[in-house]
Design a protein around this ligand. Sequence first.
Ligand SMILES: NC(=O)c1ccc[n+]([C@@H]2O[C@H](COP(=O)([O-])OP(=O)(O)OC[C@H]3O[C@@H](n4cnc5c(N)ncnc54)[C@H](O)[C@@H]3O)[C@@H](O)[C@H]2O)c1
Ligand SMILES: O=c1ccn([C@@H]2O[C@H](COP(=O)(O)OP(=O)(O)O[C@H]3O[C@H](CO)[C@H](O)[C@H](O)[C@H]3O)[C@@H](O)[C@H]2O)c(=O)[nH]1
Length: 329
Amino acid sequence: MTILVTGGAGYIGSHTTDRLIEQGFDVAVVDNLVTGHRQSVNSKAKFYEGDLRDRAFLESVFTKEDITGVVHFAAFSLVAESMKDPLKYFDNNDYGFIVLLEVMNKFNVKQLVFSSTAATYGEAKEIPITEKTPQEPTNPYGESKLTMEKFAHWQDVAHGLKWVALRYFNVAGAKADGSIGEDHRPESHLIPIVLQVASGKREKLQIFGGDYPTKDGTNVRDYVHVVDLADAHILALQYLEAGHDSNQFNLGSATGFSNLEIVEAARKATKKEIPYEIADRRPGDPSTLIASSQKAREILHWEPKYDDIEKIIATAWLWTEQHPNGFDK
Ligand SMILES: NC(=O)c1ccc[n+]([C@@H]2O[C@H](COP(=O)([O-])OP(=O)(O)OC[C@H]3O[C@@H](n4cnc5c(N)ncnc54)[C@H](O)[C@@H]3O)[C@@H](O)[C@H]2O)c1
Ligand SMILES: O=c1ccn([C@@H]2O[C@H](COP(=O)(O)OP(=O)(O)O[C@H]3O[C@H](CO)[C@H](O)[C@H](O)[C@H]3O)[C@@H](O)[C@H]2O)c(=O)[nH]1
């Protein structure tokens, strides 16, 4: 009985693979390393390098491994890039998902947990955002993920696929011992960029937009620690294993931090000056995203361990200090 993790060499996938192994699961990882790092994958996991859209490759993995469930991360996930190149997103995220769903169906694998996103809600009509808040994405990335949720729904109706979509808010932090962490190239996420400024790798931070309708004019986001997020995937697998119906859950902290507040928290966590300037807005950015994760707490019994933004940033800082070149030696 093996769990297949697609995108298991990526930031969230590597932390989830690690937690699955720690909890005694057998894990096979599929990743084409387009953004991931081979070194980030727990050595006890089997690793298959290849592209999800390569049906023959994927079928060969399902033939070799006794896969009972899939945790699917493999995707592109940059809002700004998706605004410039939408089809890149629909090809990798939606076509890749279709191939995965077809192969799962062929091999009679009926349990799927996959990454959705707060970006499916767009400029939300209500805060905090619940799972019932209308999903109206403001960028192709969010659209590609909403489409995946719809594909999964109809695959359940037609073939009895049981699935859980986890709609993450902003994921941050690193494993507590600093051995794995976030290494995107180029980096586009706020906290790792702030820490690159703290470590002297970048001269200053550009904050995209200072005139949003928020407390200080900068965007507000809800940060969730990557290991808490990893644990939610295991709970979702157990939920499906117990025979429950397909479902969707928001994963966040219910607290919003403005981009300026993140800079302040990072100054405290790192004890470094973090110079910044206010720059133009980044196209596609909603102003405020804050989750209600009540449903995940009640139904999945999810209990995030990190509820303090400074502590979340401190884990990312430990990883940054221990690995100034990321996964490169
Ligand atoms: N990081 C966040 O804040 C965040 C928030 C919400 C949702 N998500 C979602 O979580 C998932 C993981 O995000 P991440 O930050 O770990 O990204 P990541 O880029 O670090 O990881 C994605 C992994 O998938 C692999 N991959 C991509 N396309 C592939 C393909 N066609 N075939 C095989 N492997 C492929 C990459 O090489 C990489 O290892 C994504 O689906 C993303 O949309 C991330
Ligand atoms: O150099 C930077 C980088 C980011 N930001 C700002 O920081 C905030 C957070 O931006 P990130 O790029 O870190 O994250 P996003 O909110 O754009 O998106 C992330 O979280 C989303 C869900 O909330 C999606 O799922 C997506 O995959 C994931 O990248 C935004 O206001 C952004 O404009 C800056 O000001 N300067």
